[in-house]
Design a protein around this ligand. Structure first.
Ligand SMILES: O=P(O)(O)OC[C@H]1O[C@@H](O)[C@H](O)[C@@H](O)[C@@H]1O
Length: 815
């Protein structure tokens, strides 16, 4: 059996040797190939797939012979599938964006979902709930009406906000709570709400919107703009035929290269000698068609941002086949020369609020706010008669047109406290255009022959100057003006700074409308100096006597420590020495030298040098009682926030609490976790618990041993005050709030809303000077509007050159 069988086998083997060898070879080859293929798993999937196919062909055994085939094929298929879908997505997007030849565009994209007309994102941020509420009341439907707007008119309207830098903190929670009630937010998780991050926000909004809604247009609106939704919808519809439309109030305009300028562009040098921007739509409101939104979404990682969001958007479309539609109805200031009719205009600026004297208090300059839509304003005129200057406003009040004329005095008040939008002022044949800088108007001369009325129309390029002028009571005041036109005014009465204005003429210090300018009492406002005692912490009168005394100008002050800096700043040195009378109540002879200085950047610096020139040591406390002018610490005034035409001559005004009208968030940073003495609780010591100090009632505290920099953020005014100090360890924070305001004769009942005192001070540990010793303290204030905002923490120490110390500077140095 065995032999037979063997022979039989042999017989077969004789026939099949070649095939056995070949099978063996193939099996070995298959095994080696398997090892080889397995060893190359890391290779590109396509290569691997080909290998397997080749192997299949050679072995003829395919799947069963090579055990990793299935795996390899599956991997390869998956990767191919991924690539294919990515290519399909990009192709579809490019096709929709019109970037693919028409021949390649398939008929119909298979989408059955109805495309809406527009997604409008209202860009907002923390601390602006009142703006949002004003918008909700004035022009944005809420609740079911918002859904109806989407269903019936195809318009999605949402506020757009990012997340707090401290993700999940109270700021985020507040927005989430608000959204739970209103359901009208797009919260961009990838966006941090910080000034420097703002330009990216529009980009993220467009990406989010185009990925969420299929719309013809995507529009961005600021949260201080009044929009007529129907008119906006109608206007957008007229541009449906343009596949890649970029619609807005087109401009190019100057690129600002100075950090102190409001619209400063750090990349200004990229714009060549002409320093003008490429064409872009003004940021208040603009719209882009779907194709462009998709373009942004696809190219998100390579699209960079400039300092301002509108410029950034314009830059993304450079060199593309994009239709720039200059739509005048999107212009915030579309008033043509000689006419200020805004008929057909899509929106008005809700900050077009005129401050007018309250009828009942015409002479006391008490103010109330009247919100006037520029559609209702017929004309604004600057009138000149003899040496008097008047401004005349014609506006609608109720259903009637009212004309009001204000003399220069009121006019100045309008300038310092008012919120103006763009206006044109006629002066005979000449025309002055006027630009809003938050609460200030700066004039540009268009024609020659226009008279200049200081301080309103002062030449901003005037040389730096120090002038001495008399106030209405005959008291000398030193007026400092730097080259850019920033100014400060210091009275010899009390050595008190009474005014500090930016180069745009914006007043940064508060002065009460009820202030009494008659000595001896200090003026309620500005920066009174509390010396040698703070408050009632001692036997002297409240806040010591220095603020009531007459100081003298030192005509030969010691030179600046840093000579090179001298040219770019203006300063005055005032001196105070005790009178016989003073020595009776405080028997210490001293010399107090106060150098008030305005830097080239417009910062206000106060350097104090106090020297003991008596025969025995003395102690003193000191505070620079700085009344900062702020927008509104808490509001309760009524104002008209919007209107609606109900028919010819019939206008419905929306009134509401001012608290709902404007963001009032004012906060102080730099005092966190510090101990403070609470003057409202018998000077008891507490520890600050909050992140930043905000206000909802009377505050009267001395924060102890603070860092050298404290900042006050005023969101409504878009202003950051920075207080930098040396030798002044403590910080006083004071706001009298409602009840105390009413008890002060030289303070308006409601004025606590417009001020906040933040003083650099040395109080808890009085300063001791031995005979001949000298103490130096220094305070530097800066006020920057959005865009040039100061950073607070980790500030380096003072640059001693900013407003030089004295050449003989020596702290506590003997005579
Ligand atoms: O009315 P005066 O004397 O100028 O003082 C104003 C306020 O100044 C603050 O610094 C004090 O802490 C307050 O207690 C005081 O009311």
């Amino acid at each position: 059996m065995h032999t037979r069988g063997g022979s039989s086998t042999r017989g077969q083997s004789g026939l099949g040797f070649g095939s056995r060898v070949s099978s063996l070879f193939l099996a070995m080859f298959a095994t080696m190939a398997t090892i080889y293929v397995a060893g190359r798993l890391w290779q590109d999937a396509e290569t691997r797939l080909r290998l397997v196919e080749e192997l299949d062909k050679i072995t003829g055994q395919g799947k069963s012979a090579v055990s990793v085939d299935d795996t390899l094929k599956i991997i390869a298929c998956r990767e191919q599938q991924k690539k294919l879908s990515a290519v399909e997505t990009e192709l579809a997007a490019a096709r929709q964006a019109g970037f693919v030849s028409k021949k390649l565009v398939e008929k119909g994209d298979g989408h059955s979902k109805k495309r809406i007309l527009a997604v409008i994102g209202i860009i907002t941020t923390f601390g602006r709930k009142k703006n949002r509420d004003a918008i909700r009341k004035a022009w944005m439907p809420t609740g079911a009406a918002l859904k109806k707007l989407e269903d019936e008119k195809g318009i999605v309207l949402q506020f757009v906000i990012g997340r707090s830098p401290n993700h999940g903190d109270s700021l985020d929670r507040e927005i989430d709570n608000e959204n739970r009630q209103t359901n009208d937010f797009i919260v961009l998780d990838g966006q941090v709400e910080a000034i420097e991050e703002q330009p990216k926000k529009s980009k993220l909004f467009f990406i989010h919107a185009v990925e969420t809604w299929d719309a013809e247009f995507y529009a961005k609106v600021n949260d201080d703009v009044y929009v007529n939704i129907d008119a906006l919808g109608a206007t957008l519809s007229t541009h449906l035929d343009k596949p890649r439309a970029y619609i807005g109030c087109m401009k190019s305009g100057e690129v600002f290269s100075e950090p102190t300028q409001k619209w400063y562009e750090p990349d200004w040098w990229k714009f060549g000698d002409g320093k003008s921007y490429f064409r872009h739509a003004s940021g208040e409101i603009y719209a882009i068609s779907r194709a462009l939104a998709q373009f942004i979404s696809i190219n998100r990682s390579i699209l960079r941002s400039y300092a301002h969001d509108d410029v950034s958007t314009g830059s993304w479309f450079i060199g593309l086949d994009v239709k720039h539609v200059d739509e005048s109805k999107f212009c915030c200031s579309s008033w043509s020369t000689g006419s200020i009719s805004r008929k057909g205009s899509l929106f008005t600026h809700p900050l077009s609020v005129f401050l007018v004297p309250d009828d009942r208090h015409m002479n006391s300059h008490a103010m109330h706010l009247v919100r006037v839509d520029p559609d209702c304003i017929k004309i604004v005129k600057l009138l000149v008669e003899e040496d008097e200057c008047y401004i005349q406003l014609c506006f609608v009040k109720g259903n009637s047109i009212t004309v009001q004329t204000f003399s220069l005095r009121e006019y100045e008040i309008l300038l310092t406290g008012g919120w103006f939008d763009f206006i044109e002022v006629e002066l005979g044949q000449d025309l002055l255009t006027c630009t809003r800088f938050y609460s200030h108007i700066a004039f540009q001369r268009v024609h020659d022959g226009v008279r200049i009325f200081p301080p309103v129309l002062s030449d901003l390029r005037a040389a730096a100057a120090v002038e001495v002028a008399k106030d209405r009571n005959g008291v000398d005041q030193v007026v400092l003006r730097n080259r850019r036109g920033a100014s400060a005014r210091v009275s010899l009465h009390g050595g008190q700074v009474l005014s500090w204005r930016t180069d745009q003429g914006e007043e940064l210090l508060f002065t009460s409308s009820k202030a009494i300018f008659k000595p001896p009492n200090p003026v309620r406002g500005g920066i009174p100096i509390c010396f040698p005692q703070f408050g009632n912490r001692g036997s002297l009168e409240q806040h010591g006597f220095a603020r009531k005394k007459f100081w003298v100008i030192d005509q030969n002050p010691p030179p600046f420590f840093h000579h090179n800096d001298f040219n770019d700043k203006v300063s005055t040195d005032l001196l105070l020495k005790p009178s016989e009378e003073d020595l009776k109540i405080w028997p210490h002879s001293f010399e107090f030298r106060l150098r008030v200085c305005l830097t080239a950047e417009g910062n206000l610096t106060m350097i104090s040098r106090i020297r003991n020139i008596s025969c025995k040591p003395f102690n003193f406390s000191i505070a620079f009682h700085t009344y900062l002018s702020i927008s509104d610490i808490s509001s309760s005034l009524t104002a008209i926030v919007g209107f609606r035409f109900l028919g010819l001559l019939k206008i419905q005004f929306y009134r509401q609490e001012l608290s709902e009208l404007a963001s009032s968030e004012v906060r102080v940073e730099g005092l966190e976790t510090l101990d403070y003495l609470d003057n409202l609780c018998q000077k008891e010591r507490f520890t600050e618990q909050g992140n930043a100090l905000t206000f909802e009632s009377e505050v009267d505290r001395v924060y102890l041993s603070s860092s050298d920099v404290v900042a006050v953020f005023d969101h409504e005014r878009k202003m950051t005050f920075t207080v930098r100090k040396e030798g002044l360890p403590d910080v006083v924070v004071w706001n009298p709030w409602e009840k105390k305001s009413k008890s002060m004769v030289d303070f308006g009942d409601e004025e606590y809303k417009q001020m906040l005192c933040v003083d650099g001070a040395a109080i808890e540990k009085p300063i001791t000077l031995k005979t001949g010793e000298e103490w130096t303290g220094r305070l530097e204030l800066s006020g920057k509007t959005l865009g040039g905002e100061a950073t607070l923490i980790s500030e380096p120490g003072f640059d001693p050159g900013t407003c030089g110390l004295w050449a003989h500077h020596a702290s506590a140095a003997p005579l």
